[in-house]
Design a protein around this ligand. Structure first.
Ligand SMILES: [Zn+2]
Length: 409
């Protein structure tokens, strides 16, 4: 913590005060430092290594259940405070919200009250969800900025799990017009570089690995409102390359660490005499909203293909029945939704319909009165190289088809 009260009720902020260590020690001796929330005595930590701060005695549980503060957290919090001050947002540091029993790092008053939570320590998913919900219910917009130590990105891919995946949100800036562009992003902050890093255009390729595009913005080059409305350039060729690479690796890879869903699907494909790696090009289509499923598009779309294309070809299915058939075969988890407390959530049916509509636009499926059937298609080439080409052609066809006739969500 950077703020404490004295016995007389005076507030001491280590972020704004220019007091020397000796002056602070003298204050501590004569007046004591107390937690502004629970009134318990605080210790002044004025060592050489970490930024000076206040801390509860180790055995004491405060009314606010915050995680221990790392050096990165203390310095990042202070950076964000000054940055908001310079932008004229009248930020309040460690502002206690008694009704919520929460003390965000930075509170921004205004027409749309906003809190900045700079999260450097691990936080259990339930606590992340409860805190986010607390803010949202009180009509306060929570902005979670993740500490750079939790950034696990490499070559246009990023691993997000636990609370870092729950910090995914959608940019309010108008999206790029490209059909594969996505507004979903996560924001990281690195206090040593004074720089935000956005991982955006997130498309899941496994439960925790995402194709992403990256952009960095220094603190001095942006304003606080842009945390909620970052703008970035979508690179369609880079996206298509990453997407096709993902499909290729699934076609060619020897499966090793399979999830239960993949194992069950592979067994089902085997039972239907369908070689798992020889799925048609229309299995594994991207759409920005598919990030809302825990499972990657290729897996749950494989289910639709096995059901509608192989098991019961030519039959009509409503989206509800497609999901129900998966449930009764023990594959209900394929359609599990990701826990995204900061996003507008779609239903499983709405997401399945998006894919079915993509198939309609590709002229692979037909729709009539709310149900869909996959058309009888001529027998496909069955060499991997032909299928890799089919993946490429299908992605291009989808792009063209969606430009001509976008799916309205
Ligand atoms: Zn306290």
């Amino acid at each position: 913590m950077l703020i404490a009260s004295t016995k007389g009720g005076e507030s001491i902020s280590l972020a704004s005060s220019k007091l020397s260590r000796e002056a602070l020690k003298a204050l501590e001796k004569h007046y004591g430092f107390y937690c502004p929330v629970c009134r318990a005595p605080l210790l002044l930590k004025s060592g050489e290594k970490r930024r000076w701060h206040f801390a509860h005695q180790s055995h004491h549980a405060c009314l606010v259940d915050n995680e221990p503060e790392t050096a990165a957290h203390l310095s990042g919090k202070e950076d964000l405070l000054y940055w908001c001050e310079v932008a004229g947002r009248s930020p309040r540091l460690e502002f206690y919200l008694p009704a919520l029993r929460q003390r965000p790092d930075v509170y921004l008053p205004g027409i749309e009250p906003t809190v900045l939570e700079y999260q450097c320590s691990m936080i259990p998913e339930e606590r992340f969800a409860a805190r986010s919900k607390g803010y949202v219910d009180a009509r306060i917009t929570p902005v979670w900025i993740i500490g750079a130590g939790h950034y696990h990105g490499h070559r246009n891919k990023i691993r997000l799990s636990g609370f870092t995946s729950m910090a995914i949100r959608q940019s309010r800036a108008s999206p790029d017009a490209h059909p594969f562009a996505s507004s979903y992003y996560v924001c990281f902050y690195d206090p040593s570089a004074k720089c935000f890093r956005y991982s955006h255009c997130l498309s899941p390729i496994s439960k925790t690995l995402f194709i992403s595009q990256e952009s960095c913005v220094t603190l001095s080059d942006c304003k606080p409102y842009q945390l909620l409305a970052p703008t970035y350039v979508f690179l369609p060729r880079l996206f298509s390359q990453s997407w096709l690479m993902m499909k290729k690796s699934i076609r060619l890879a020897v499966p090793k660490h399979m999830t239960r869903e993949e194992y069950t699907l592979r067994a089902l494909a085997y039972g239907l005499r369908q070689h798992f790696a020889y799925f048609p090009g229309y299995v594994g289509l991207p759409h920005h909203a598919f990030v809302q499923f825990v499972n990657p598009p290729l897996l749950w779309q494989m289910w639709l293909f096995l059901l509608m294309g192989i098991s019961e070809p030519g039959h009509r299915f409503t989206p509800r029945r497609i999901i129900h058939e998966a449930v009764i075969r023990g594959l209900g988890n394929l359609f599990m939704l990701r826990n995204l407390p900061l996003c507008t959530i779609k239903t499983v049916e709405q997401l399945v319909i998006i894919y079915l509509e993509q198939l309609v636009r590709l002229r692979i499926a037909e729709k009539s009165s709310g149900s869909y059937r996959i058309k009888q298609l001529p027998k496909r080439e069955e060499s991997i190289s032909a299928l890799l080409n089919e993946d490429r052609v299908m992605l291009k066809r989808l792009e063209m088809a969606l430009y001509a006739d976008p799916i309205h969500e």
